[in-house]
Design a protein around this ligand. Structure first.
Ligand code: MSP
Length: 634
């Protein structure tokens, strides 16, 4: 028997995050849909995902939590696996970079590269962004900050080991000329070429002496392996590369597809291929860099706080609604907006109206007139033929788009077929046919055509919304749910369920709007609760003394004071405390002033700072300190 063709698809391995958001779900759901689809098409599929657990960031967070890094990440990984389960993500392996097999493999990889002279010792000096685990050169910084995330970077110099990327540049460029498919979509190739290859590749620092939570370098125990080298190796360590049992590696490598977000495309399309080249291994066939899910135009991310636990969506709308939205909404390769409202709109229009209603109406009519029993169409009219032709083309049309990785377009093709079936109902008017028993044979043919159409669409949708597709096959009472039966007419006889279940209830969009507005209010308050020490450090607090004070001429709640903040500087400050303290009582008081607050005009009077005070119903409490005027508070 001929061996099945293999298909190896990977997601990036995720940083352990206490807050997985829909952006994280995006890559994984796409990979899952592709894996399911290829499996159904008869491929021997291996779908890998996992977690990227080493690095300074994790070490810092664990320290803060008072636990070891491994203790810190374990529950987070359990939580991630739980999320994937709830989202029906059916991976073949979940790799953790803390797995002993992975660690052993990485050590063998770097040792091999070191032994063959591709890794050498030198000094590293550069700007390091801890959250991104990335080094940058001066010229790559944007306004002195990390070009990826915009956060502070720090200058670091240390003894380190380097990988000879430059040595492989020519060989890699030649390879790229022959294998343009490696970098997809095409536009990203240009970006990589212009920004990194054209200026010339610099050797890459692949070890750190400052990071302790990492894989120790075998040739220098004071160094750990740079997290990106550690992480990228997962794609082959997971298959047992350089282990006692490399059966999977032999079977599945090279990967058919590494699916990654655009911000990590560079690592996957330049550094990773060169590592593989140096190891003498074949390169992945394709790396696809997808766009981001955005909220209000910016990337959904933990640090921006614009996320919600995807499980809340799954609880409210079901996994298939979220999967469907992620797979259909964003033009592949581009960024796309996410919001709960958009997701619900999609659910209502596509899943409830187009798909759900069609299934419901058709099964109901089949029961009402024909006891739920339908046999294969006998007399095919021109109209039937047109619909049947479209249904028979479906499988090919979807496959072409899937192969181009254009999942939204492939879904569109199925939705168009479902819309056509809805129109066919209007054209054939089964409820009229049902009034006259003599026309039951025609009614059978019409309803059979629709039911068969629903089956074929469910077949194509199975990779995207597996639970719904299963429900549909169950309601239709058929086990012809594989691509072996993707031709119209494969089912000879249907006995559909008596009472169809509602596949997707319609969500009231007005009610949702009101719910979201309420949540936004709560969130605003909660946001105020937590700031980082860096945020707080931005506030300059100075001890001042009130030397003059009078009531504001137009606002009876306001006092206008002159405050001596030391070093010969007097500030005019407007404060809303006039109902609790008189100007006379205020003069002479020591106060704490926010001295670096932007100037503002309050009811026409300039205010150059803010006095710290609080009040309850009765009392005003002015924050003070028994310190010299001009003292800065830390
Ligand atoms: N650990 C690295 C990957 C190492 S792979 C050898 C990493 N992890 S991550 O957790 O930050 O990101 C994992 C994936 O989630 C990336 O593909 C990233 O693009 C994706 N997303 C995270 N936020 C996203 C959006 N807002 N939108 C779409 N995908 C995004 O990078």
């Amino acid at each position: 028997m001929e061996d099945k063709k293999t298909y190896y698809v990977t997601t990036p391995i995720y940083y352990p995050s206490e807050h997985f958001h829909v952006g994280h779900c995006y890559t994984t759901v796409i990979a899952d849909a592709l894996a399911r689809y290829k499996k159904a098409k008869g491929y021997d599929v291996y779908f890998l995902t996992g977690s990227d657990e080493h690095g300074q960031k994790i070490e810092d967070r664990a320290k803060k939590a008072g636990v070891s890094p491994k203790e810190y990440v374990d529950p987070i990984i359990a939580d991630a696996k739980d999320l994937w389960k709830e989202l029906d993500v059916d991976y073949d392996k979940f790799i953790r970079t803390t797995d002993p097999e992975h660690i052993a493999c990485v050590q063998k990889i770097i040792q091999k590269l070191y032994d063959q002279g591709d890794i050498y010792k030198g000094y590293y000096e550069g700007w390091y962004c801890t959250p991104c685990e990335s080094f940058w050169t001066e010229s790559q910084l944007v306004d002195g900050k990390c070009p990826d995330c915009g956060r502070e970077v720090k200058l670091m110099k240390e003894e380190a080991y380097f990988l000879r990327l430059s040595k492989y540049q020519k060989q890699f460029e030649e390879y790229l000329n022959e294998h343009r498919d490696l970098m997809q979509p095409e536009s990203r190739y240009n970006e990589m070429y212009n920004n990194f290859l054209k200026p010339g590749l610099k050797d890459l620092c692949v070890s750190r002496s400052s990071v302790k939570w990492g894989i120790p370098c075998t040739f220098d125990k004071d160094q750990t392996v740079y997290v990106w080298i550690d992480a990228l190796s997962n794609y082959i360590s997971a298959l047992g590369y350089l282990s006692d049992d490399d059966t999977l590696f032999k079977k599945y490598w090279p990967a058919d597809l590494h699916l990654v977000g655009k911000e990590i495309f560079r690592f996957h399309t330049i550094i990773w291929p060169i590592i593989l080249m140096a190891l003498g291994l074949p390169l992945p066939k394709k790396v696809y860099g997808h766009g981001w899910l955005t909220i209000g135009g910016s990337k959904i991310s933990k640090s921006k706080g614009n996320f919600k636990d995807p499980r809340e969506f799954i609880k409210d709308y079901g996994a298939d609604t979220l999967r469907y939205f992620l797979l259909s909404e964003v033009p592949f390769g581009s960024d796309g907006n996410f919001s709960e409202e958009l997701m619900v709109e999609r659910r209502n229009s596509d899943l409830a109206n187009i798909l759900g209603n069609l299934v419901n109406r058709t099964i109901t009519m089949s029961n009402k007139y024909l006891k739920g029993s339908l046999s294969r169409i006998k007399d095919i009219t021109d109209l039937d033929k047109e619909v049947i032709d479209q249904l028979n083309a479906l499988d090919h049309d979807v496959e072409v788009r899937m192969d181009a990785l254009d999942l939204p377009k492939s879904i569109e093709v199925v939705m168009n077929a479902l819309k056509r079936l809805n129109k066919y109902i209007d054209e054939t008017e089964p409820w009229i046919l049902g009034k006259d028993e003599a026309r039951y044979p025609r009614l059978n043919d019409v309803l059979y055509t629709i039911i068969e159409g629903i089956r074929l669409c469910a077949l194509e949708l199975k990779a995207y919304i597996p639970t719904t597709a299963e429900k549909i096959f169950e309601m239709l009472g058929t086990d012809k749910d594989t691509f072996a039966d993707s031709t119209f007419g494969s089912v000879e006889h249907y006995q559909v369920v008596e009472k169809p279940a509602i596949l997707f209830t319609r969500i009231d969009e007005e009610e949702l709007k009101a719910k979201l507005a309420k949540e936004a209010e709560v969130e605003k308050v909660e946001h105020l609760k937590e700031i980082s020490i860096d945020d707080f450090a931005k506030v300059e607090l100075t001890v001042g003394k009130v030397i003059e004070c009078k009531k504001h001429e137009d606002a009876k709640k306001l006092l206008v004071s002159k405050i001596d903040i030391g070093h010969g500087e007097i500030r005019q400050i407007v404060s809303g405390i006039a109902d609790k303290i008189s100007p006379e009582d205020f003069i002479g008081k020591k106060v704490i002033v926010v001295t670096n607050l932007k100037k503002a005009k309050i009811r026409g009077v300039e205010s150059e700072g803010m006095i710290l005070a609080g009040e309850d119903d009765k009392t005003l409490g002015i924050v003070s300190a028994d310190l010299e005027t001009g003292t800065i508070i830390h």
